[in-house]
Design a protein around this ligand. Sequence first.
Ligand code: ADP
Ligand code: MG
Ligand code: MG
Length: 255
Amino acid sequence: MSVLEIRDLHVSVETEAGVTPILNGVTLTIRTGETHAIMGPNGSGKSTLAYTIAGHPKYTVTGGSITFDGEDVLAMTIDERARAGLFLAMQYPVEIPGVTVTNFLRTAKTAIDGEAPAIRSWMKDLKVSMKNLRMDPKFAQRNVNEGFSGGEKKRHEILQLELLKPKLAILDETDSGLDVDALKIVSEGVNRAKDETNLGVLLITHYTRILRYIHPDFVHVLVQGRVAEEGGPELAERLEEEGYDRYLAGEPEPD
Ligand code: ADP
Ligand code: MG
Ligand code: MG
């Protein structure tokens, strides 16, 4: 079993206007085999949490700690985080012109495992995973994210998840922009990884829809950079009915 421990995390982002604190003391523990949903209103810091775990240079940790199996994640390079078994699917994946999906995946696999995968079994795995995700085989020869539709981007991320076999995946708004069929296919991919590799999942979402397909063990509500409430799946059901208004009651009402 592996465990990601986030302790009293404070994170700021630097902009032209100055340094703005975004996370104000977040504490979370995620073990492999568990699925945690992070929910919350827009702008509450969900993506900031994901980017900070992944090591995005824009976000500065001003307090607290993140460890993975006791190792200091914040002291690791982005590559070291990936090799340790952390995986981030971003809300806005980037294009990589001139790099095909096949080459990208093989390079990533080689970097993470420390050796190139045997070509035959690799091609077989790639084929099986693409078929699982109902992806056209021609897709493998396209450049990463170039002209990909929203659904294709998400499927490509889950393809990475299936092939790279991380210990813990952070999925940021993987449900955004997906129609129901694509959402089911993507969710099945995540559930397969949960079953087959005991993947731990940090599922970041504004809406409860994806939680019908990927069932959370724990739900955390992030509001203004803090965990405002925690519970089990029933908390997601309540949020579906009530929304986030109760957490924002202290905000001035618009007239
Ligand atoms: P969420 O994912 O919950 O919608 P974010 O983490 O994206 O929230 O953003 C939280 C707050 O931090 C927002 O007010 C947002 O404008 C600000 N923020 C996040 N990233 C940046 C950035 N790179 N530059 C400027 N402001 C940012
Ligand atoms: Mg958002
Ligand atoms: Mg976000």
